[in-house]
Ligand binder design. Sequence first.
Ligand code: HEM
Length: 499
Amino acid sequence: MILLVLGCVVVVVLLAALIIAGARVGRLRKKKKGTPVAAEGLPLVGNLVGFASGPLSFIERNFRKHGPVFSVHVMHKTLTFLIGPAASAPFFQNNDEVFSQPEVYGFMKSVFGPDVSLVRTHPKNAARPQIVYDAPSDKRRAQMQFMSRGLRADRLKSYVPKISAETRDFLKQEWGERGTLDLLNSLSELTILTSSRCLHGDDVRETLFKEVSQLYHDLDKGITPLSFFWPTAPVASHKKRDQARIEMVNLFSKVIAQRRADPKPRTDILQVFIDMQYKDGTRPTDDNITGLLIALLFAGQHTSSITSTWTLLFIAANPALKARLVEEQNSLLRTDQDPTYDDLNKMPLLHDCIKESLRMHPPLIMLMRKVMKDIEVSDGKQTYVLPKGDIAIVSPAVAGRLDAVFKDPDVFDPDRYAAPREEHKAVPFAHLGFGAGIHQCMGQQFGYMQVKTILSHILRNYDVSLPPGLPFPEPDYTAMVVGPKGHPLLTYAKKIATT
Ligand code: HEM
């Protein structure tokens, strides 16, 4: 129990740290007509204690008490929660000049691209690399466009066979005939192999994967609660992170040089970044290219592996659903066959299972923006003014459990998305697993393609179930990207091949 509370405190610390990080223009809230009601809390620490008892139940409790728009004071900052389709609409419809994303996610600069202090420590990086949140808005927009180019449908088609090949090899080597394993751990390993193949390309995957995944691990571990308060604090995890980023640039610089010396058509995203050119004619530096690759790996690694894990856990727990999914698979493909991109688009039930996992357990439970100017928000009945400086928060996890939007929201029911029910279409901004609006997930199609390809192979080749007697896993709110707690186990046995 103490561990649980401590764990939740970590979430609180993360949140508080975010607020502090974005609080340069912070100020005490002025009483203003129409500002959202503030939830009650203890002095000084505001609502930290309530939040620590469980972030989602805390938000839901305040939602029931105060309605869809309410504020929470954490330390000296105000978090304003926007719950439900009407209240969250402006959050998604406005750009960064009103609801700023870089202002709250800026702590990632230390991973995507070194900040000024690192440039000081490592003077060879004379110019700031200006990657994603560190870049001026026009440059960031261009970088996002290049990312989206690498994630377009025509590219995805070429990634499916690569992911299939990785999955087949992995299942053969790591799963074998039968057993019980930690599913999250196993699918995380497989996801990074498949991502490396598609993002970095065959050369990196085949000759440098071990180095890249070790460096990624050090970068990942370099984001701790402390990093939010003090991203350059002289602690071992930060030193390792900063060193890993330098080594990552060195490693990719060699690959980039080799590719420039031997130009040929390549479909991976690294090649998209090598070929890109800004409007002013300049090309990204090796540092820039590496930072963008890191950003994409971070965006897609935990999110995709967690989503495939939840989806398979729900399927394994439900024999009737599993039988329907196996039928869907067998009607399209033999056990040893690789799906094509078109095949993946003919798996509506699997697609809806993934969507349903994202509704019930979205890996990103809170999306945040800093309010850059006073703005009106309506919950459909009442209009509020969100003051400049607030941190606005929309929770995909809470949105997915609203019974006004989804019938029996605590039940895993993928059929809710099929016609004629289509519950997610009744109102805009209902299903927020991939976010919405201008910052909607750019890797959504890639994520679906990757998770479907992996699960298609598993469902056709293995009979899966949950070990008897164990409770269904709970979400781990201590993690930044929320997945199942502990070591979620899956039992599997190889099927006899069909022809
Ligand atoms: C199932 C897997 C995934 C989930 C649940 C997911 C979820 C999300 C969410 C909720 C956002 C919006 C964040 C916000 O509004 O603050 C987002 C943004 C983003 N995602 Fe994903 N994501 C997934 C996979 C991926 C993959 C595989 C990639 C790339 C390879 C990717 C790239 C991005 C990028 C670049 C953005 C930023 C978009 C922007 O700010 O304009 N995501 N993702």
